[in-house]
Ligand binder design. Structure first.
Ligand code: HEM
Length: 238
């Protein structure tokens, strides 16, 4: 048996064959390089989204399976990793601020109607996390795990660290929700500096559309945490 090499294991040749700037051969070198940069940033996002969605799906399954303290700890580990991956995704957006506008203007028409709004993996992530109007599968699985332990989400918030693993899961869920929020804000900033008030390639109004999509996930969790403040305690006691 021959020794497995780094590039065989990681399929580096295949991976590096996937960046195909459409401006190649028709534009000057700086424009082709800029489009290459744009492609690498988006492809990197898709790779991390794959890991992120798989990790969060595993959290849903683990919380739903009722696997006790070990299951809660695994959920915390996976949620914390997801929170950190969202930081990486945030950086992928920030790095694109180094895309020179004059070069983007040249290759943007080549994108046609292709748009990040068509990212299936982002759709999966958004459905798992949910928004301020609709809970996602993650929160539903958390509520079920809380109910199985004979508590409510309000109890878990009130108990804080005394709620143990459920408390740590709640904290890590918020890290994930806020990570997505930060990504969306950074993406809106990037989009507005790159295209201003222009429509998106996907046909949306651009800024208004993205602004409306910035919401705070896990509203119930945030609400119950707010209830811990003295003014709220007095109001609910009175
Ligand atoms: C120059 C950089 C970028 C610009 C100008 C830009 C622009 C836009 C615009 C205008 C939209 C609204 C939909 C449309 O009409 O097309 C959008 C949505 C979106 N873009 Fe970007 N984008 C950029 C970079 C990125 C990157 C690096 C990613 C990473 C995958 C990304 C992912 C997305 C996603 C997931 C949506 C849907 C957001 C949602 O539904 O809340 N975009 N983008």
């Amino acid at each position: 048996m021959t020794d497995l090499t780094y590039s065989e294991y990681l399929q580096v040749d295949t991976l590096l064959s996937l960046q195909q700037p459409r401006s190649s051969g028709t534009a000057d070198r700086a424009v082709v390089l800029a489009e290459h940069f744009f492609i690498v940033a988006h492809q990197s996002c898709e790779l991390w989204l794959k890991q992120l969605a798989a990790d969060l799906e595993a959290v849903v399954d683990t919380l739903a399976s009722g696997s006790g303290a070990a299951g809660l700890e695994l959920s915390v580990e996976l949620l914390r990793r997801a929170g950190d991956l969202l930081r990486v995704l945030h950086e992928q957006v920030l790095v694109l601020e180094r895309l020179p506008l004059r070069h983007f203007v040249e290759f943007r028409p080549l994108l046609g109607t292709a748009s990040g709004a068509q990212s299936e993996q982002f759709g999966v992530l958004a459905r798992l996390i949910g928004n301020d109007r609709r809970d996602g599968a993650l929160y539903e699985a958390f509520v079920a795990a809380v109910a199985r332990s004979g508590l409510s989400v309000a109890h878990v918030c009130r108990l804080g660290p005394e709620a143990g693993g459920l408390h740590r899961v709640a904290e890590a869920l918020l890290d994930v929700g806020d990570g997505l929020l930060r990504w969306k804000v950074a993406h809106l900033g990037l989009m507005s500096r790159m295209v201003g008030g222009e429509q998106g390639t996907g046909g949306s109004s651009g800024i208004d559309y993205l602004l409306r999509r910035i919401t705070l996930p896990f509203p119930e969790l945030r609400y119950h945490r707010g209830e811990l403040h003295p003014s709220e305690l007095a109001r609910s006691a009175g």
